[in-house]
Design a protein around this ligand. Structure first.
Ligand code: SF4
Ligand code: SF4
Length: 441
């Protein structure tokens, strides 16, 4: 067994306020350093550095926990390079809760250091305003939509102004989706009835934040597919961001605040499930119980949360389906979003639902279980590793010759879409519900 070798003596200049979270210390004990997770780790696959493997990172966190290491830049750099994709959890025979250990450590690191004024201002804006005040996000999305529809964005590109932006902002700008529709939540009626008569199930729909304002068409497609399976859907007003980005960025208190608000809003609806269509949101919602330290109401909320594919897997369509493209058989592949596969252990349901769509040929995607490199804001803060991880995904997609790539997470859709476009692939990249909705007459 090789152990990582970069343990450093505690540095005297390291921040004194850093305190390793006790709950993560307990969880660290379950790792037996067997190394069976190494082959599943995208960052280790890229650079072969043990410190950028799950075992290496756990070893570093153990060093932080028992005081043999201090959170120097070198140490935190290896933790920052982690995608938090949790593929190591799936591979681990000892059931190590890697995601909880990493997120606990990140929260302690954020709490224990003085950020630069720029980082502080950015964090205050993103986590104190954008994700905690839905109207701020709606305003930002409205502005973006205006720029797209009015031709202002095209003009800015034509004038070459985008080239003046730093590379990271240019990449971010290139990933901006075309905002086709109004946000789902503020415009949807409160009750969206089941098709085909009496409802087989009654669910509340979790529409989230970014996806709601930027990709409303996916929400509308999701609701349509549920209705076509005999499900009555409640559009719940007043709900908040799920908190996933806050938890991943070490802003645990912001995440918990959002969780409490959502639990309150969804209280007492008498539904069979709280349904979402985003892998990242679903994983966060299902972990509210843990995030709120075993709070009973939070646990009950989390138990009700279901990915849309889990709800549809047990139901049959109540309407006739048709081929999404009557002129040809579409070759379709499916990319497994990390937070659906590794965090929620959902893999068979989306594939079985997709294969109900007539007029398609489902082809396997090699390494579908590997991350695409989007990972929340990873593609912005770790652009090089993100690009390397994405390049493998795009090569695999190219090899399938697929006309349509399906994946159930908004960040993955944008990342893979941009990768396919840059590689000159003509395929469409969609949420599975978008393709399914095209099959409903
Ligand atoms: S995380 Fe699991 S698989 Fe990886 S080294 Fe530890 S015990 Fe082994
Ligand atoms: S979460 Fe993903 S990137 Fe991070 S150590 Fe585990 S497998 Fe590697």
């Amino acid at each position: 067994m090789n152990e990582p070798t970069t343990l450093e003596p505690a540095a005297p200049e390291a921040p004194a306020r850093f305190a390793f979270p006790p709950e993560a210390t307990g969880l660290l004990r379950s790792c037996v350093h067997c190394g069976l997770c190494l082959g599943a780790c995208p960052t280790y696959r890229e650079n072969g550095n043990e410190n950028d493997s799950p075992r290496g990172r756990l070893y570093l966190m153990k060093g932080l926990s028992d005081g043999r290491l201090q959170p120097t830049e070198k140490v935190t750099g290896h933790l920052d390079l982690c995608l938090d994709c949790r593929a190591c959890e799936t591979a681990c025979p000892s059931g190590v809760h890697y995601g909880r250990i990493l997120e606990g450590t990140r929260a302690a690191l954020v709490a224990g250091r003085e950020p630069s004024w720029l980082e502080g201002a950015l964090r205050a804006f993103v986590f104190g305003q954008l994700f905690t005040r839905p109207e701020a996000l709606r305003f930002a999305a409205g502005l973006t939509r205006f720029m797209q529809k009015s031709g202002l964005r095209r003009a800015v590109h034509a004038a070459g102004l985008v080239k003046l932006l730093p590379k990271r902002l240019r990449d971010l700008e290139a990933m901006q989706p075309e905002i086709k529709e109004e946000p789902f939540r503020c415009h949807a009626p409160a009750v969206l009835p089941a098709m085909g008569g009496r409802a087989k199930k009654r669910v509340a729909f979790f529409s989230g934040c970014v996806m709601d304002v930027m990709m409303g068409e996916i929400h509308r497609a999701t609701v349509k597919v549920m209705q076509a399976h005999g499900v009555e859907v409640l559009a719940v007003h007043g709900q908040q961001c799920c908190g996933a980005l806050a938890f991943h960025a070490g802003e645990a208190e912001v995440g918990r605040k959002l969780a409490r608000k959502n639990i309150e809003i969804f209280r007492g609806l008498g539904v069979d499930a709280i349904v979402n269509n985003s892998a990242g949101c679903g994983a966060a919602l299902k972990e509210y119980g843990e995030a709120l330290h075993g709070d009973k109401e939070a646990e009950a909320f989390s138990k009700l949360v279901k990915d849309v594919s889990e709800v549809l897997a047990d139901l049959a369509p109540v309407v006739e389906l048709r081929a999404p493209d009557p002129s040809r058989t579409l070759k379709v592949c499916y990319d497994e979003p990390c937070h659906l596969l590794h965090a929620q252990k959902i893999t068979a349901q989306p594939k079985s639902v997709i294969q109900r769509i007539p007029g398609i040929r489902f082809v396997p995607l090699p390494d579908a279980e590997f991350c695409c490199g989007a990972a929340g804001i990873y593609n912005i803060v770790q652009p090089e590793m993100s690009r390397a991880v994405l390049a493998r995904k795009i090569d695999a997609i190219k090899g399938t010759g697929a006309d349509v790539v399906l994946t159930g997470n908004p960040g993955c859709i944008l990342q893979i879409r941009q990768g396919c476009k840059a590689a000159g692939l003509a395929c469409e990249v969609l949420h599975p519900m978008e393709l399914f909705a095209r099959a409903i007459a």
